[in-house]
Design a binder for this molecule. Structure first.
Ligand code: BES
Ligand code: MN
Ligand code: ZN
Length: 500
């Protein structure tokens, strides 16, 4: 999909569809419409006068006849009250713009982008949100569905976003270009997650990371099973030993030249399929456990986006990748393992595997002397119970960092909700015959999982994002088709764009 920037009064070609927005209470269609297409303006004005359209939220008016000149068709979209307009509403409106384009079988769509800006949504925000959301809303994972030959394809080929001020051309073009880079990285992440476990075992995920690194021009090294064993990363070894698929530790690096500003390590859980192991999961919904590598896929996407955006930050991405299977060599409940950092863990439940592989990866991150470590993981079912698909579970040992992440999430619409990590919670996972248990009794499951990770974090400043509830949606949403969401990518890119 091609997304370009244009300006009022500079419109030359004809579009299949022209889309303009109005707010509730507007007496007339936007002046921009008059400048761009006086014929379309007349049609819109008569719709206002005849009370066919008044800008109420969700309202829509379409016309394909009359004196419209620059396009075959005109659609007006109602956005509701100006004072209630928000970035999140703009995301939903952008998704409906794409839907209208598809429904009306338009190949080229011209949007009066500035008419979608008001109140708390600046023109610059609109110039980022609209293209980013169009790209995300247009994503489908349909590569395994046979294409019917003579079914007409309703795909929009190009969107032109129109603005008023020509002086800001470079700035607006940059916003649109960056938005597309971010959305493409989100869609790459979604592709990696949506691929099933048979297609995306640890080795394939690692080779996808290498491919992303080649395309995005950042570094990628993969440690195989031999190296992982040699380094005594026994958490990773223990989880992978029930599977025929070899474990892989992906290590990516971008922005070495910014090292003096402080390194940020990102760690992502990469369980390419989670059966639970010997503590096997019930069959219901088990097929969804292919998304248990969402953290790893998101870290890969973040490295690619950061590199393509040339963000001034040194990032190291670490993704431990395993398959959690109950094979003959599988670890048993009760096993005691000595982790990479020397602590001993009693494996109470082999389904609490994410924390075992993350523990080694977090400890390994210390090697890079980071200022900050942030991990992303589909870690606990308890997080789905607590927050559903509405918020990321956020925890950490550095309140300033936690606050910055929460704020970034408000901006991008990826809301995060903090849970406490009080010392008392450690009582729930204190070892019987070891330093620590990999699972508590079930109470406070999201917190005890994070308390476990905390034992292996080698520095003071750490934040943990439990994305179990938000990395996947079970039904189509306005700008997210059923399946992977890529949550966390836009969030952390927003954090790093404002990094100091
Ligand atoms: N991958 C799961 C967590 C999960 C559950 C993610 C549902 C997405 C949806 C994780 O490995 C797991 O199984 N956690 C256990 C931990 C428990 C055994 C302590 C859980 O949450 O039940
Ligand atoms: Mn599990
Ligand atoms: Zn898991």
């Amino acid at each position: 999909m091609d997304i370009t920037v244009g300006f009022y009064g500079e419109v030359k070609s004809r579009a299949d569809l022209l889309i303009a927005a109005s707010f509730e209470g507007d007496k007339l269609p936007s002046k921009a419409l008059q400048t761009v297409d006086s014929g379309a303006f007349e049609v819109a004005r008569s719709a206002f006068e005849k009370k066919r359209f008044s800008g109420r939220e969700g309202e829509r008016f379409a016309s394909y006849d009359g004196p419209i000149r620059g396009s075959n068709e005109l659609i007006l979209i109602g956005l509701g009250k100006k004072e209630k307009w928000t970035p999140e509403k703009l995301r939903k409106a952008s998704a409906s713009v794409l839907q209208h384009g598809k429904c009306h079988n338009a190949k080229t769509v011209r949007i009066l982008a500035e008419t979608f800006s008001a109140g708390s949504v600046s023109i610059h925000q609109a110039a980022e949100i609209i293209p980013e959301t169009l790209e995300r809303a247009n994503y489908r994972f349909d590569k395994y569905q046979s294409k019917k030959k003579d079914e007409p394809k309703h795909e929009v080929r190009s969107f032109e976003l129109l603005f008023s001020k020509k002086t800001q051309k470079n700035v607006l073009q940059k916003s649109v270009r960056e938005a597309c880079i971010i959305a493409e990285a989100v869609n790459l992440t979604r592709n990696l997650i949506n691929e099933p476990g048979n297609v995306m075992p640890p080795r394939e995920l690692a080779s996808q990371a290498r491919k992303a690194a080649r395309e995005g021009k950042f570094r990628c090294q993969v440690l195989g099973p031999g190296e992982i064993k040699r380094l005594k990363m026994n958490g990773i070894v223990a989880v992978s030993q029930g599977s025929h698929e070899a474990p892989q530790l992906i290590v990516m690096e971008y922005g070495l030249q910014y090292k003096k500003r402080g390194t940020v390590c990102l760690v992502g859980k990469g369980v390419t399929f989670d059966t639970g192991g010997i503590s096997i999961k019930p069959s219901r919904d088990m097929e969804k456990m292919k998304y248990d590598m969402s953290g790893a896929a998101t870290v890969i996407g973040i490295l690619k986006a950061a590199s393509r955006l040339h963000l001034p930050i040194h990032l190291v991405g670490i993704a431990p990748c395993v398959e959690n299977m109950p094979g003959g060599g599988a670890q048993r409940p009760g096993d005691i393992i000595k982790m990479y950092n020397g602590k001993s863990v009693e494996v109470i439940n082999t389904d609490a595997e994410g924390r075992l592989i993350l523990a080694d990866a977090l400890a390994y991150a210390g090697k890079f002397k980071p200022k900050v470590i942030i991990d992303l993981a589909t870690l606990t079912g308890a997080c789905v119970v607590a927050l559903a698909d509405k918020a990321v579970g956020l925890m950490g040992t550095d309140q300033a960092l936690v606050d910055k992440i929460r704020k970034a999430g408000e901006t991008t619409g990826e809301r995060c909700w903090q849970l406490p990590l009080w010392d008392e919670y450690f009582d729930l996972i204190k070892g019987h015959h070891s330093d620590v248990l990999n699972a508590g009794s079930g109470q406070g499951g999201t917190i005890t999982a994070a308390m476990f990770l905390k034992e292996f974090v080698p520095i003071k400043s750490w934040a943990h994002l439990d994305i179990a509830g938000t990395a996947w949606v079970d039904s189509d949403k306005p700008y997210n088709a059923r399946g992977a969401t890529g949550i966390g990518l836009r969030l952390l890119i927003e954090l790093f764009r404002n990094w100091k």
